[in-house]
Write a protein that binds this ligand. Structure first.
Ligand SMILES: [Zn+2]
Length: 74
């Protein structure tokens, strides 16, 4: 879905007074909050999307979910 990648719905996390961690997949720090129908954080470099929030959820929750990195078994 590269074609619909950069949209006006993507805004810097600082808009919400947040800082987002770098992308866990490609390491890019170019990440933006998709503040729209279902909020989530997207990596602007590789296209990875963070966990999607409930409809009408606070965009800051999306950033918090993106920033959380649970330990996973290899
Ligand atoms: Zn990435």
């Amino acid at each position: 879905m590269i074609s619909s990648f950069r949209t006006s719905h993507h805004v810097p996390p600082s808009v919400f007074g947040m800082e987002a961690r770098g992308c866990p997949f490609c390491g890019s720090t170019s990440v933006a909050v998709y503040a729209g129908f279902r909020n989530h954080v997207s990596c602007m470099t590789c296209g990875a999307d963070g966990p999607v929030g409930e409809r009408g959820a606070d965009p800051r929750d999306a950033v918090a979910r993106w920033n959380s990195r649970p330990e996973v078994a290899e």
